[in-house]
Design a protein around this ligand. Structure first.
Ligand SMILES: N[C@@H](CCC(=O)N[C@@H](CS)C(=O)NCC(=O)O)C(=O)O
Length: 238
């Protein structure tokens, strides 16, 4: 049976969500983050990098969320959640699928690292580390994030979903940068269309089912203290 090696509170949530959207049966092997937020060493037995998500299906072991969602949509999608080939929507779809991890996540990760660095530095060095971190955030990271978030907002003014008028796997892939930006980069300030997209995806029954299976989810990691995790909603009254 298809197995998702799921690290709690991680990108792997997107894979569970896609499987729920497609109605593909799967089982979860759960890994818990260590106190330092790293994955436990057992995950390296599945894939040498020991990162989540990883899936195994028949003889295939597949890592990297973009590769996983492409495999799932090719193998089990039957044309669902992907625009038809040779259309402008398909080109946009491919762009966002790769952009999510290739371009959007690096500055969001830098934001997390430079925010955490002073907190984790030895007390004596903390003022210096804070100064360096703040400088990197102000001059390098925050301006880039501002540019990315403005880009999402402008694109979502053209169409309701990232690839066009229909919900696709590109929206699933982009959900993680959007959630991370909402948790740690101030997306809620001045990006109503991106925030509305997040609301729409959080309301999807398949997203809710995936949350129930994957457990509470707060992309911001150590920032959990300031942002409550997303937990499943009660089913809407019929
Ligand atoms: N670009 C990779 C990133 C994988 C990744 O960094 N996963 C994180 C979880 S969100 C992880 O496994 N972190 C634990 C660790 O690095 O030990 C993907 O999209 O699959």
């Amino acid at each position: 049976m298809l197995t998702v090696h799921h690290l709690n509170n991680s990108r792997s949530q997107r894979v569970l969500w896609l499987l729920e959207e497609l109605g593909v049966p799967y089982k979860i092997v759960l890994y818990q983050r260590q106190p330092d937020m790293r994955a436990p060493a057992e995950l390296r037995a599945i894939h040498p990098l020991g990162k989540s998500p990883v899936i195994t299906d028949s003889d295939n072991t597949i890592a990297e969320s973009g590769a996983i969602v492409e495999y799932l949509i090719d193998t089990y999608g039957n044309g669902r959640l992907i625009p038809p080939p040779n259309t402008p929507e398909r080109l946009r779809y491919t762009y966002w699928l790769h952009y999510a991890e290739g371009s959007a996540m690096p500055p969001l990760l830098l934001k997390l690292l430079f925010t955490l660095m002073p907190k984790r530095a030895p007390a004596l060095l903390r003022p210096l580390v804070r100064k360096i971190s703040n400088q990197a955030l102000t001059t390098l990271v925050n301006p880039q994030l501002k540019q990315h978030m403005a880009f999402w907002e402008a694109e979502l003014a053209k169409s309701q979903w990232f690839a066009g008028g229909e919900f696709t796997v590109a929206d699933i892939q982009m959900s993680f940068p959007l959630e991370a930006a909402a948790a740690r980069a101030g997306l809620e300030q001045g990006h109503p269309k991106a925030m509305a997209l997040l609301e729409r995806i959080h309301a999807r029954p398949a997203y809710q089912r995936a949350l129930e299976k994957g457990g509470p989810y707060a992309v911001a990691g150590d920032l959990r203290a300031t942002k409550p995790p997303i937990t499943p909603r009660a089913a809407p009254a019929r």
